[in-house]
Ligand binder design. Sequence first.
Ligand code: KDG
Ligand code: MG
Length: 407
Amino acid sequence: MKIKKIESILSCFGRNYLIVKITTDDGIIGYGDATLNGRELAVKSIIDNYLSDFLKERNASRIEDIWQMIFKGTYWRNGPVLTTALAGIDMALWDIKGKKANMPLYSLLRGKCRDKLKIYIHVHGKNEDELLDRCAKKINNGYKVLRYSFDIIDPSNKKNILHQPHQDLEISRIEESNIKKIESCWDSEIYISELIRITKKIRQSFGNKIELIHDIHGRLSLSQAIRLSHKLEDYNLFFLEDPIDPMNKEALKKFKYYTYTPIATGELFTNLYDFKDIISNQAIAYIRADISHIGGITPLLKLSTFAELYDIQTAFHGPSDISPIAHSAMAHINACISNFGIQEYVENINNLSDVFKTPLKIKDGYLEILPKAGIGVEINEEIMKKYPYKKAFLPILRDRMGAIHNW
Ligand code: KDG
Ligand code: MG
């Protein structure tokens, strides 16, 4: 089974998605996700101009060999552009392998060890009342775990909103803006006190019938994070994501001794080595790896097994800026690894069902996978062509003195 054609298809459905399509000489087509938010054209270029030359005529079933050839064999290893391109290729090859065997990916891997997956979704409010209303709505719809966020009006300048990134797609977001409009001012002290106040409010309103997650996006210093996490301990969070800059691994290793709250990190990591130290030191409770940025299914399986040895669970990154193919591929892995913890999911992602028909179904707040061969996503390329790429940028934050701040 030889690789005959490699294509990359870039389109925009509110969010830009870069899809890798690989066709074999026996006519099997595999799809993978190679979306890197705000860097789509760079990934497309590395696929079209470089990696496709390495792939033509190779045996499509030799996935580990192809993965190593691209990651190590071409010398310039690592970096999000390369690993995201590699992820798209890796997923497409696993999709082909599953289709050839006529088996869903979870069967081809280890076989299901659970029937349904615990998920969490985003809930955002432009103010406290809206947030509480939206939490109530999500709970009524059966969701059990909520990742909450909210806007804060800056008391010293009412036009400045202290924004938290979110994927509650019914609420407008400042992501994907024009380059001139993306800078805003951040104040961590106001954020810390508002977060404590609002977390208490949510617990008072809904008791313990839901689990709560909050994502700090690496915006705090170690001492701010320690102070905050102490105050949040009473509210029993499922986990706190990226309390401090995830690149500061030494600080993460210290932080675990200061808090009972489980810590999750890893959406920014682009290779297994990024995780090595913090897993072997048990600095975190959940790995937030992103299948499309860490290089695909092949490294994600290795990472999960490594984490299993340290009793660390998975909580893979599942925002709306990776495509339904990535969400589906992660669901297959989650179904067949023993240290699955929870999966981040975007409830409205199925609004794209005209273009991507996924094997995923939400039932009573859990995710289920239907038995379709391979990753199991059917793609309507004709409709896709009608949604051309639109350049967009991620926001930029500055502190009160005008210096760049972690976003
Ligand atoms: O592109 C950036 C998003 O993927 C990120 O803001 C989402 O932090 C995120 C999360 O936890 O979903
Ligand atoms: Mg995050």
